[in-house]
Write a protein that binds this ligand. Structure first.
Ligand SMILES: [Zn+2]
Length: 64
């Protein structure tokens, strides 16, 4: 079951131990049903680097 990671940009960013930039945010782990099951620290910079290595399919936006 895919768990969505919703980054809360309103939260205070803290320095990342990996890259050193203050881009570490608190993210909420949300199930497809919309239930929050926990929190996780996600560095947006490191995550972007990881996503560049693995090509991810473009998000399809359904109109209507
Ligand atoms: Zn980082």
């Amino acid at each position: 079951m895919p768990i969505r990671v919703l980054i809360s940009h309103e939260s205070t960013a803290i320095p990342c131990e990996k890259c050193g930039y203050p881009t570490l945010h608190v993210a909420h782990l949300v199930t497809p049903e919309g239930q929050c099951i926990g929190q996780k620290l996600v560095c947006t910079l490191c995550r972007d680097r990881e996503s560049q290595e693995r090509e991810t399919p473009e998000q399809q936006l359904s109109a209507g």
